[in-house]
Design a binder for this molecule. Structure first.
Ligand code: ACO
Length: 334
């Protein structure tokens, strides 16, 4: 069975409520219809109920009446959500008037539904930029206990089955945090290991990537990766983590043996942790385009509740797939 089909099956065994704040967006409505038809998650759409019904009717969608539709202009939780917003952000000077303005924005309403326990996860971004999706999540849902930084992982399904776990690898951070410190990079590595176990479903062998292998180059950027590797090993002694490694030493057995003799991970890595967002984002897109790999994600990791951001160029099936991943995260696996 295909990877995504397995995730849908797991999600359908413990159905979670996923809020889609872009409830009038065409691909989102079509994706909601598919998900409700397949029945692997409950869907909450944010949007004017009449407009949702009209749009769904125009598109001939059959299952949208199974969704819960929340009108951002008229719902009975306005007071409780805005009180909660003020409580969370009063140290930042947020007033009730500010909160009443913000809550009109479906991206803020969605995170407050999660915070108040009225939804289990969110998928957005078909119609909004990454920063606009992430900021409300960072401000109100915040990071998971013990985590200070949210990052984004991609599950890469490669044509060449020699690499990773039968052609499957996990790359991070490819989506969120531009220039992590050594401490933050260590957290990203551990979060990525957890995502690998919970979503990709295999035991991580994590390579902390650099332009140096085991001291072959000296530079402060190399020092950062060496320190991050040490910290990550301390934080997750049960995970296999190795650094610093160049990418060829990480994934090609003969080169791994030569450059890092005796390493359990060099040449065998199935998780690549990049030193910066620039390297991670560039690398995943090159592998996706030039290597014709499937890139599933970004899967946001380290957030207190599952919230995932789509690319604005996403397809209906990208949305369906990310809801399947989010529902699995919400089921408590990450
Ligand atoms: N993890 C956790 N919290 C964070 C993070 C993070 N990585 N980054 C910012 N925050 C928090 C801040 O601490 C702050 O909290 P506070 O208001 O309670 O003090 C809040 O989020 C807002 O922080 P800002 O600094 O105002 O937010 P910023 O403007 O830096 O935006 C953002 C954060 C949007 C994630 C920014 O880092 C960014 O643009 N990253 C790049 C995203 C991107 O473009 N990715 C590539 C495209 S995606 C793709 O190709 C798949």
């Amino acid at each position: 069975m295909e990877f995504i089909e397995q995730l849908k099956l797991k999600a359908s065994q413990n159905k979670k409520r996923i809020v889609l704040p872009e409830g009038l967006e065409e691909r989102t409505l079509k994706a909601a219809d598919v998900i409700l038809g397949e029945g692997f998650a409950e869907i909450i759409l944010i949007g004017n109920p009449e407009k949702v019904k009209t749009e769904a009717g125009k598109m001939g969608l059959q299952n949208i009446d199974k969704a819960t539709v929340v009108d951002p202009e008229n719902h009975d939780k306005l007071d409780s959500y805005t009180d909660l917003m003020v409580e969370i952000r009063k140290s930042k000077g947020l007033t009730k008037e500010d909160a009443l303005q913000l809550i009109k924005n479906p991206l803020f309403l969605a995170v407050m539904m999660i915070k108040a326990g009225d939804a289990d996860g969110e998928v957005a971004g078909a119609d909004n930029a990454t920063g606009d999706v992430l900021r409300p999540a960072f401000q109100y849902v915040k990071t998971a206990p013990g985590i200070s930084v949210v990052s984004g992982a991609f599950i890469m399904i490669l044509k060449d089955k020699e690499f990773g776990e039968d052609g499957m690898m996990v790359f991070a951070d490819c989506a969120v945090h531009p220039n992590p410190t050594a401490e933050e990079l260590a957290e990203i590595a551990v979060s990525t290991g957890q995502t690998t176990r919970a979503i990709a479903g295999f035991e991580p062998k994590i390579a902390m990537l650099s332009f140096s292998t085991k001291g072959s180059a000296k530079h402060e950027m190399v020092d950062k990766v060496v320190k991050a590797t040490e910290l990550a090993k301390q934080q997750a002694p049960d995970m296999k983590i190795e650094g610093e490694l160049q990418s060829d030493a990480a994934i090609i057995p003969a080169i791994g043996q030569k450059k890092a003799p005796g390493s359990e991970i060099a040449g065998q890595a199935n998780v690549l942790v990049f030193p910066t967002l620039e390297t991670g984002n560039i690398a995943y897109k090159l592998v996706q385009r030039m290597g014709h790999a499937e890139a599933i994600g970004p899967i946001l990791q380290g957030m207190a509740a599952p919230i995932n951001d789509l690319s604005r160029g996403c397809s209906v099936s990208d949305i369906v797939n990310l809801v399947a991943i989010t529902a699995n995260q919400a089921a408590g696996t990450v």
